[in-house]
Design a protein around this ligand. Structure first.
Ligand code: HEC
Ligand code: HEC
Ligand code: HEC
Ligand code: HEC
Ligand code: HEC
Length: 300
């Protein structure tokens, strides 16, 4: 009887813990492949071929690797940060890494990691350490991240983004089997939409705040007040102008680089009579640089 009681008590203790753990993990991706499948956009190519091609050329489509610099810096955040300087992070090896740790970077570089288990955070960390770009490029800031997950900011007013809907301008049926509805995103043309990742300053909501991109802060507090009625939105310069589209280009695009700054140089040459018969040629130079971007440059 005593034994029986003990078994019962043990079961009673184990079950709630197991149930809680299962609930916590329910519906979450357990591998990078599962996360990629959850956010699969291969079907979009069929009907939105031009948009898909442009997005494939954009840096958003390889947001964990970037130009290579992103992957290398995330590696430093793991080895020099989590495993060394952030002494109280609890991370000694890859197996100690949780979603929360990776969110220091993936909050913006891969926000859908919130829908994955700690095992996925570890797989991504390992891929970063191994320089395994193939694995990292399976997941990125893709169509679903912008047209569903990030399409609503004020969730206590407008609710959570609905599963199975693509958010854009239109409302109505949508001919994709996984996304059968179109809904209107109120922020699709607003800077706040991009501002969700393009940063204001330190990310204070993190246990160990990081600061990467802060350009949205500079847009809000500097460019908009200074430009007044002339102020443009992010997508006007980066998407709709000259049909830049979903490439969302910046300085790597020679045309945008040229647009970024006006440099005006005025010079006046003169000679200094140093001593009788000794002239030293001199010049006065005035350089005026004007930043034409909607924010400070460079950033990130
Ligand atoms: C889900 C987060 C997220 C959203 C939303 C987002 N971006 Fe980005 N964006 C990023 C990240 C992360 C990078 C940098 C990727 C890298 O280099 O690793 C980036 C890079 C860029 C770049 C640099 C491109 C280059 O070639 O260097 C531009 C321009 C840009 N974004 C514009 C926009 C605009 C405009 C919007 C809104 C319409 C927007 N982004 C919305 C996260 C986001
Ligand atoms: C607040 C959102 C946010 C967070 C958090 C964030 N980043 Fe970024 N990061 C961006 C955006 C947006 C860019 C786009 C480039 C820009 O603004 O110039 C970027 C650009 C970069 C770049 C330059 C990319 C290139 O190829 O030139 C590196 C490197 C980078 N991030 C690494 C990191 C690392 C490492 C972490 C974590 C420690 C991190 N970021 C956290 C949003 C963020
Ligand atoms: C970084 C965020 C971002 C990503 C990634 C993204 N979009 Fe968009 N998309 C936008 C914004 C912003 C608009 C403009 C909304 C407006 O002007 O009404 C837009 C507009 C559109 C439109 C309307 C036509 C147009 O070009 O303006 C379609 C269709 C579309 N996106 C499909 C896609 C598909 C398919 C993908 C993936 C291949 C994708 N988008 C990836 C932000 C994004
Ligand atoms: C079978 C064809 C088909 C597929 C597949 C498809 N779409 Fe669409 N999509 C359409 C059509 C048609 C429209 C309506 C366009 C219009 O009326 O201007 C549309 C509209 C949209 C819009 C709204 C554009 C706006 O201006 O409001 C977005 C966003 C969008 N699709 C994203 C996606 C994404 C993301 C995927 C992949 C998950 C996808 N679509 C797959 C055909 C398709
Ligand atoms: C008036 C036009 C204009 C507006 C508005 C604008 N940008 Fe830019 N942006 C530019 C130009 C031009 C560049 C190229 C200079 C560069 O990359 O250094 C640029 C560069 C960038 C870069 C790369 C920064 C770097 O050098 O590391 C990002 C990211 C970016 N913009 C995002 C945004 C976002 C997000 C918004 C809205 C909050 C926005 N831009 C508003 C014109 C604009």
């Amino acid at each position: 009887m005593k034994k029986m009681l003990l078994v019962l008590v043990t079961i009673a203790l184990i079950v709630p813990v197991a149930v809680l753990a299962a609930q916590h993990q329910a519906g979450k991706a357990k591998t990078v492949d599962e996360l990629a499948k959850m956010y699969d956009v291969s079907s979009c190519k069929e009907c939105h071929a031009k948009v898909f091609e442009e997005w494939s050329q954009s840096i958003h489509s390889r947001s964990l690797v970037g130009t290579g610099r992103t992957m290398a810096t995330i590696r430093n955040a793991i080895t020099d940060g989590m495993m060394k300087e952030w002494k109280k992070s609890g991370v000694k090896e890859v197996k100690d890494i949780r979603v929360e740790h990776m969110m220091s970077c993936t909050k913006c570089h891969l926000p859908q990691l919130q829908d994955a288990t700690d095992e996925v955070a570890q797989q991504i960390a390992k891929a970063v350490l191994d320089g395994d770009e193939e694995t990292l490029n399976k997941v990125s800031i893709n169509c679903i991240v912008c047209h569903n997950m990030k399409a609503i900011v004020h969730k206590w007013v407008d609710g959570e983004p609905e599963k199975g809907a693509v958010y854009g301008k239109l409302e109505g049926p949508h001919p994709d089997k996984n996304y059968p509805a179109m809904k209107t995103s109120l922020i699709r043309q607003e800077a706040i939409f991009c501002g969700q990742c393009h940063g204001l300053g330190p990310n204070f909501e993190l246990k160990n705040p990081t600061q990467c991109a802060t350009l949205y802060g500079s847009y809000l507090h500097n460019y908009v007040p200074e430009s007044g009625l002339e102020a443009q939105k992010c997508h006007e310069c980066h998407k709709n102008k000259k049909d830049r589209g979903h490439r969302f280009p910046a300085y790597r695009d020679p045309e945008m680089l040229k647009e970024a700054v006006n440099v005006e140089v005025q010079t006046k040459g003169y000679q200094l009579l140093y001593a009788a018969g000794q002239h030293i040629p001199l010049a006065g130079v005035v350089v005026t640089m004007t930043n034409n971007a909607g924010h400070r440059i460079p950033d990130g």
